[in-house]
Design a protein. Sequence first.
Length: 215
Amino acid sequence: MDTEQTRRPTLDTVARAVGVSRATVSNAYNRPNQLSATLRTRILEVADRLGYLGPDPVARSLATRKSAAVAFMLRSGLSSAFSDPALTIMLDALAATVDGRDHALVLLPGDESGGPRPDSVARAQADVIVAYSLPDSAPALTAVRQRRLPMVVVDQPAMGGTARVELDDFGGTQAAGRYLTELGHRDFGVISLTLRPDGRSGPAEPERRTGHRSA
């Protein structure tokens, strides 16, 4: 029989059982300083007895339009977050900043397009997006624009209206080249990051262009 007792308890169920308003029960979870300690304890005890687990995080996100999460767009697969030395340092610093602020860090893996799939970006529960070394042509960037989410770019792509964290790669390489030529060296080999997210390594033929200016 489909009765209120057999259905999952809701905020309204608890409110009726305690004899208070729906807003009062909500305050017990979201704004405890608005209630006396005695009333809040009573509400939580009744909620526990009824099997109410608290406000639905998805519903709360829809109501507040906030997810308390930062999405990090990777150029390649999830394994790179644990194997790429530069990326792990970057993620460690970001995690240290997010930690303790009631925010989560969501990793969006990339694929052969050089970034996450647009549908993954469209579904991501996040308030801000971090783009890490993506090519200018990555389709994921269009998805971010469509959602009108604030974005922080690390290294690249070059996009207007975003906060940026970058190094002077060109200036640094130019200084290194000048130093080596002044020492008399003329033949150089360059060890680079992968030119494309296909994982291919080895000598770079002229036709293997990259969409990454930093590389």
